[in-house]
Structures are given as structure tokens and as C-alpha cells.
Design a binder for this molecule. Structure first.
Ligand code: SAM
Length: 303
């Protein structure tokens, strides 16, 4: 496969990364010969969410293979690296299993790394959150002896916490992919928050540009109603992608999931339905241990 470069390999690595395991830095010639992989996230609202570190790597890479869902993110990547930016979005096709597309993305990424390029994979959101090709590319690049690492980004769940005012530290938070939740007997604690990803594509493993096959939705509703009271409020959430726009937050009940409209960009947030259950025995044992430890350290100091 022919791979072009933007001739930037002799530029130094982005600042602040010396000594951190990852793409080799300091010797441009070695980098070009060896190839390396850096995976970055563009965030949900690229303008504002793209980190300084990610920008530095996008500019520095020979090739930027990207999967982003909006034109602003695409424009930004092309501006940051005009010669190296290459979209992988065209690998999706109507009715094609998404896993086939993901494997093609991994192959294209590995081809660039093997060709000796400093390769940057840029995915929207956090590049390691519900993104198979990024983890798989890193795993395979490392297995083949290349340097590969991931930088964190801002995920849609991060936006959800901010927009819905949810602190996962208060009640705990369980996070599942909707189809995985449905078919794998996941155990939900309804006293904690629950986030269901890919609610708008539940049961459909293919790509559809408009409207997924949601025939499996009644099963998901049935499952939710076996856990939650029928009137329990749930929130269909879509974070704002463009600067100046507001998030879309729609309060519904489980049964109303049947009526849509749902999109591939929807996430379902379910607040706790019940108070958490205290465990007084463990609480008392914990305090007794802490008191014993304090008494022991007091005795040692007194000596
Ligand atoms: C393949 S996952 C990618 C997630 C992405 N890596 C991230 O960090 O958010 C796609 C799912 O992420 C969630 N998602 C993506 N964009 C979103 C948005 N703008 N608002 C809310 N959820 C979103 C939805 O659950 C969607 O089905």
C-alpha cells in the first residue's frame, strides 16, 4: 500500500513527552525508519476539547488517520496537518458489519506504522472509550515491536456528567454498551447511576447512515422494566458537538424508548431508583480497625 508522508519526521516530538514510553523521540531518522503509533481523541466538541498534547502530535505526525463525525473536527485536523490527514470514515458502508470496518481501520493504521511513519489515529471523544480499532491497533503495533500509546480525551460520558450534573462518586455509576447489557445478563444495581451507550443502535451490528433497526428495543424495555418502576425517569442525552449549541436532554420513561426518535449519538442516563443499602456490620468493623490502628500508633509514639 502506498503511504505518503508530509516530511515532518525530523521535527522534534511534542514537548513534555521526553522519558514517557511511546513513540520514539529526539531522533527523527529513527522514528521514520521504525514507525510508531499515537492514538488521540478530538473530544466531543472539538473546538475546546482537543488537548494541547493531542494538537502537538497531530501536527507532528507523518500520517493522521481520523474517524470523526462532524465537519468542524475534520476541518481542524486538515488544517493542523494538511499533508498527512486522511479520513477513515469512508470505510463505513450501509448495511456493512461495523466490525469489518473496524478491522479495515486497524489494517490501514498498521500499514502506515509498518511503512515507518509516525502515525496518529484520531478518534472523536476519548479514543479508548467504546473504540475497538484504537485498542486493537495499539495491541497489534506493540506485538509487532512498534511503540504505541494512547492519550486521553473528553468522552461523551464526561460531557454527560457535566451537563446532567451527575457526580459518579456520589452514588456510583455503571456503564454498559446497550446490546452488551441486553444479551449478557449484566447485573444492575439500581441504587447507582447507569449509563447505557449506543442505545440508538441496540441490536444492530451494522452501519446505517439513517435509522438503525431497533426491532430489539422491546426486549431492552422489558429488561429495564424488570429493574426499574415504570414511572422512573430516564434521560436521553446528546452532547453538543458545535460551539454555541446546547446539549439535547429528553426525560422519558423506559416504555417511551419504543417511540424514539433515537440516533447513533444518543446515550441513556438512568438515575438511581433506590437509596443505597448500608452495611452497618462492616461499618462498625472498619471503625474498630481504624481505632485499633490509632491506639497502636499512639502507644508507639508514647514509648
Ligand atoms: C462508538 S461509541 C464512541 C464513544 C466516544 N469514543 C466517546 O468517547 O464518547 C458511540 C456512542 O457514544 C455515545 N455518544 C457519541 N457521541 C455522543 C454525543 N454527542 N452525545 C451523547 N453521547 C454520544 C453514544 O452512546 C454513541 O452510541
Amino acid at each position: 500500500m502506498a503511504v505518503e508522508t508530509n516530511g515532518s519526521s525530523n521535527e522534534p516530538a511534542p514537548p513534555g513527552l521526553a522519558g514517557i514510553p511511546g513513540p520514539p523521540h529526539g531522533n527523527g531518522a529513527n522514528e521514520k525508519r521504525n514507525g510508531s503509533l499515537i492514538v488521540v481523541g478530538t473530544g466531543i466538541r472539538t473546538v475546546g476539547h482537543l488537548t494541547v498534547e493531542a494538537v502537538a502530535w497531530i501536527k507532528r505526525a507523518d500520517k493522521v488517520l481520523y474517524v470523526v463525525g462532524d465537519p468542524v473536527a475534520e476541518l481542524m485536523l486538515k488544517e493542523l496537518n494538511p499533508a498527512g490527514a486522511e479520513s477513515m470514515t469512508g470505510m463505513y458502508a450501509e448495511g456493512k458489519p461495523r466490525i469489518d470496518t473496524y478491522n479495515e481501520m486497524v489494517e490501514r493504521t498498521l500499514a502506515c506504522v509498518r511503512a515507518g511513519l509516525v502515525t496518529c489515529m484520531a478518534c472523536y471523544g476519548h479514543p479508548g472509550v467504546f473504540v475497538y480499532p484504537s485498542h486493537e491497533s495499539i495491541r497489534r503495533a506493540r506485538a509487532e515491536g512498534f511503540s504505541a500509546r494512547m492519550l486521553p480525551g473528553i468522552s461523551s460520558e464526561d460531557c454527560l456528567f457535566a451537563d446532567l450534573g451527575v457526580d459518579p462518586g456520589i452514588n456510583g455509576c455503571q456503564s454498559y454498551e446497550a446490546t452488551d447489557f441486553l444479551v449478557n445478563c449484566r447485573v444492575i444495581d439500581p441504587s447507582s447511576s447507569v449509563v447505557l451507550w449506543q442505545i440508538g443502535v441496540v441490536g444492530d451490528a451494522t452501519f446505517k447512515p439513517y435509522g438503525y433497526d431497533l426491532s430489539a428495543m422491546p426486549l431492552l424495555i422489558e429488561r429495564l422494566l424488570s429493574i426499574y418502576p415504570p414511572t422512573h425517569p430516564m434521560y436521553l442525552y446528546e452532547a453538543a458537538v458545535f460551539h454555541g449549541c446546547e446539549p439535547v436532554i429528553r426525560q422519558i420513561t423506559a416504555a417511551e424508548l419504543a417511540y424514539g426518535p433515537l440516533s447513533a449519538g444518543n446515550t441513556l442516563y438512568i438515575p438511581p431508583a433506590y437509596m443505597r443499602t448500608a452495611d452497618p456490620t462492616t461499618y462498625l468493623r472498619m471503625n474498630a480497625l481504624i481505632a485499633a490502628s490509632k491506639a497502636a500508633s499512639g502507644a508507639t509514639t508514647a514509648r
